[in-house]
Design a protein around this ligand. Sequence first.
Ligand SMILES: [Fe+2]
Length: 481
Amino acid sequence: MDDVGRRQYSIILVTCFLFVNTLSNVYGGITSTFVRSEFPATDIPLDHEVFAVPPGYNAPQQVHITQGDYDGKAVIISWITPDEPGSSEVQYGKSNKNYEFTALGTAPTKYTFYQYKSGYIHHCLLSNLEYYYKIGSGDVAREFWFETPPELNPDTPYVFGIIGDLGQTYNSLSTLEHYMESKAKAVLFLGDLSYADRYASSYEYDQIGLRWDTWGRFVEPSTAYQPWIWNTGNHEVDFLPQLGEMTTFKNYLNRYTTPYKACNSSDPLWYSIRRASAHIIVLSSYSPYVKYTPQYIWLKQELKNVDREKTPWLIVLMHIPFYNSNSAHFMEGEGMRSTFESWFVDYKVDVVFAGHVHAYERSNRISNIKFNVSNGYPYPVPDESAPLYITVGDGGNQEGLAGPFLDPQPEYSAFREMSYGHSTLEIFNRTHALYHWNRNDNGKKLPTDAFVLHNQYWASKQMRKEKKHYLRSVAAGLGVY
Ligand SMILES: [Fe+2]
């Protein structure tokens, strides 16, 4: 079957799924009856091969790339050398082994966290995108490649992966392997990376820094080859005064970088990028966001900057969901919801992805923006201008699955399941995209929740046009205009 055939086949399958789903939704949302027989929610041992240190003295490790500018014409390459600073150069070129260009990264930095001492952390911006790159020198040099993203265009097809709350357990490994089988070109990450801070509760304080290193090596098979668009969660805060560690986000910010200045953000924790046909806004759930704060002021302006004629797909990432129906973390997102939800409706955001809750859940299009403290409108209502809210906090970390779902299932919840997995969003053009949530089914990847996403800006515009055309033709038939 060729690509067109496969696409048509997928659409037919999804249409059938939607038909059944629609029938079910007449009577409310679906709570999946699937029971996950999970791998133990414990971190993979340090000596496991997935954490293997690359051979050779001072070999670069924990290689990861992210978008380096607003429009996808640059990439930031980051890596760590464990023993000494080493070279900060990246050699790159259009073909394998033929590195015609060299870029010089920033001077390597290192930091301490309690008694842990990091390696030398390198970041290098490549503004001239090519496919192949090489870091390190001599026998320990390592080579990778990535795909140059397409030019911004409203009809550019592109596939994003969505992963949240990953951690470094066997469930996390299953999620990562399944994701790497997909045809996604970039990851929208929803926060909570390594879960290294969990070692503070077991008093293994030196493990915190080490588990940031193991996580960097764990994800390298994906992060070295395609950009992960980073976001932070509570496990990146790392505020541990009992260890004398009071600089928040210290481990994360030293290791992971974002192109925040390119979108006039004042902080690497919130920013936006444009890629292919999408405008992606990353919000920080654990930074100030109320009126007059930098994040509030920035988002207000950034929403005005969105050009749906150029990037029709408007996607927001955050860590704490606005809507979930799980006893764990229920209503934790109320503060940000009451601050930003009306903007999401006004600007017709297509979809909001969040993590934090260790389960999968998709909402109907609803909003709760009429509420104020005295008017008595406390409930979310169906709202065609509202985004879909999808929680993909099911990467598979050491905390295991979230607590039970609320019963009965609230009307705003369309589908929910208590298991691990990841999502993909396959954008076809300015009006249609195909969404999948893929369950980790005892080692296998199983597409489970799927639907065709209609663009909130273009699809409604197209429907209005078709309706107008239809009414005109009816009026013409009746002899009236
Ligand atoms: Fe979280």
